[in-house]
Design a protein around this ligand. Structure first.
Ligand code: ADP
Ligand code: GLC
Length: 481
């Protein structure tokens, strides 16, 4: 079975959030199961700089966005693996400093950039001689792939579309869609009032739709950011498969970014990481729990609750560190908090893989009060690093984090349900109280989380079974009326 996996991000070459992590780790896990898989991504400037040994394999014309552009396809491999990575080059579109934009703003031609990616990914097969059985698209950036396949191409490939985040749909004024080379069937699939909506098109056209946790798959049928009806119409071909994590990149016993290695069997090194983190960040060596957030600074992640509750959080006697980039409103709040709480608050407004690992290792608690969360990877990294998650029970967070119960000494974190500052504070104060009052129970809670298996082995088998099912299904092509 040949699978072409297409994504706008692939870690560590180009990553903004969890999509990049998934696009690197899931294909590797599928290859381990014997799936013949290749990954396709744009050849952004940072991919050229970071991916190394990319060799040119094909040059072909791509007609999209009102003009015929040339695609230069390069071949390399995913990091630490033999899985082929195709970087599709078109310098006028991708040779830029950013992935989606620069300095907080998006590039104005994102429709043309990602329509090019979708079209070129499909044209790569004939140009390179490697024809996939299944094309696996991810998020709105590649949602035109199922549309092109379903409506227009004679190609026999089937399509799977994974929704990582329904909040981003690729919605543009209708007039902008006129250059996409869609026939009337394709046009109908993407049209939404006076807009075109690429994710809607992908949901309607894909042979199968997945999302990244079972709870999110259920939630979006009623809270689908406007697409709930479209999703309900496809509910029989919509599956939630929970994300895994890369257990080699995220392993506290061998993580090169840490000050000291540690493991569930011997977690003592965690305290050394905490002390070193405090020193490195200029935090006082105080005896209070260190609470961390590592996150895109986006409304989705629950920052409104944190801003509202911040003084009351600090009154619990905690230290707080945040690592993130994004909305300037949140960034300036945290910069101000850093000034107001010297030695107790640090705000790293940047993207840094190294700090993400060090903070996961050094913190006691990881706060993730998301308004919605399709899957979430950071709570899983936190479990593995013995950093107890405090999360809002939504989407993938409710599938992975189970509230601590002092009576049965069970659970792996602290959860709350209502999207309110009070509910978040109450979960956080339960956590802080346990941290202060019962170190034995705390250690058991930490070690329980560290021992959980969140590798990609199980989800990769589920994707594999899904590809087989889709290939057996023979869903008829749509033809022009
Ligand atoms: P999302 O994809 O919605 O951003 P996830 O929890 O699935 O949320 O994944 C976020 C990923 O991005 C994690 O790997 C996290 O460590 C990483 N990340 C987010 N912000 C930063 C940052 N400022 N620096 C380094 N890594 C970050
Ligand atoms: C999205 C979601 C996040 C998920 C990630 C990878 O960005 O916001 O919850 O973990 O994609 O699937």
């Amino acid at each position: 079975m040949r699978v072409l996996f297409v994504s706008a991000e692939v870690a560590p070459y180009a990553k903004v959030g969890g999509l990049g992590d998934v696009a690197a780790a899931l294909p590797r896990a599928l290859a381990d199961l014997g799936v013949e898989i290749a990954v396709v991504t744009p050849k952004y400037r940072m991919v050229t700089e970071r991916a190394g040994n990319l060799t040119p394999v094909a040059t072909f014309p791509v007609a999209v966005g009102g003009e015929v552009r040339t695609c230069q396809a390069f071949r390399g491999s995913l990091s630490r693996s033999e899985v082929p990575l195709y970087a599709l080059g078109c310098d006028p579109l991708f040779d830029r400093p950013g992935i989606y934009g620069e300095g907080g703003g998006g590039y104005p031609d994102e429709l043309e950039r990602f329509a090019f990616l979708a079209r070129a990914a499909l044209d790569l097969g004939p140009a390179s001689g490697w024809l996939p059985d299944v094309v696996h698209a991810n998020d709105w950036h590649t949602a035109l792939i199922p549309v092109y396949l379903r409506a227009e191409l004679a190609a026999p490939a089937r399509s799977v579309l994974t929704i990582h985040n329904l909040a981003y749909q690729g919605s543009f004024p209708r007039a902008r869609g006129e250059n996409l080379g869609l026939n009337s069937v394709g046009w109908q699939l993407v049209t939404r009032g006076d807009q075109i909506n690429l994710l809607q098109g992908g949901i309607q056209a894909a042979d199968w739709i997945t999302t990244v946790s079972p709870s999110y798959a259920r939630e979006i049928l009623t809270q689908g950011e406007g697409l709930e009806e479209v999703l309900r119409a496809r509910r029989d071909q919509l599956t939630g498969i929970l994300n895994g994590i890369d257990t080699v990149v995220w392993d506290p016993s061998s993580d090169p970014h840490l000050w000291a290695p540690y493991s569930a069997a011997d977690p003592s090194g965690k305290y050394e990481n905490k002390r070193s983190l405090q020193t490195a960040l200029g935090l006082a060596p105080a005896d209070g729990p260190l609470v961390a957030m590592v996150s895109r600074l986006a409304e989705q992640k629950g920052f409104d609750l944190v801003l509202t509750a911040f003084e009351r959080m600090m009154a619990l006697g905690i230290q707080f560190v945040v690592l993130g980039e994004g909305d300037p409103r949140y960034a300036s709040f945290f910069r101000g908090a850093e000034r107001r709480y010297p030695g107790r608050v640090r705000a790293l407004i940047q993207f840094s893989e190294e700090w993400a690992h060090r903070i996961e290792a050094g913190a006691d608690l990881f706060l993730m009060p998301s308004r919605f969360e399709p899957a979430g990877l950071n709570q899983l990294y936190s479990l593995r690093y013995g950093t107890v998650p405090v999360v809002r029970a939504t989407g993938g967070l409710s599938d992975t984090i189970h509230d601590y119960d002092p009576v049965t000494d069970s659970g792996n974190g602290f959860t709350f349900t209502d999207y309110t500052a009070e509910a978040m504070l109450s979960a956080l104060s339960r956590a802080v109280r346990l941290w202060r009052s019962d170190r034995g129970a705390w250690r058991r809670l930490m070690v329980r989380g560290m021992g959980e298996d969140h590798s990609w082995a199980v989800p990769a088998r589920q994707y594999c079974a899904l590809y087989e099912r889709v290939l057996a299904g023979r869903i008829p092509r749509l033809t022009e009326p």
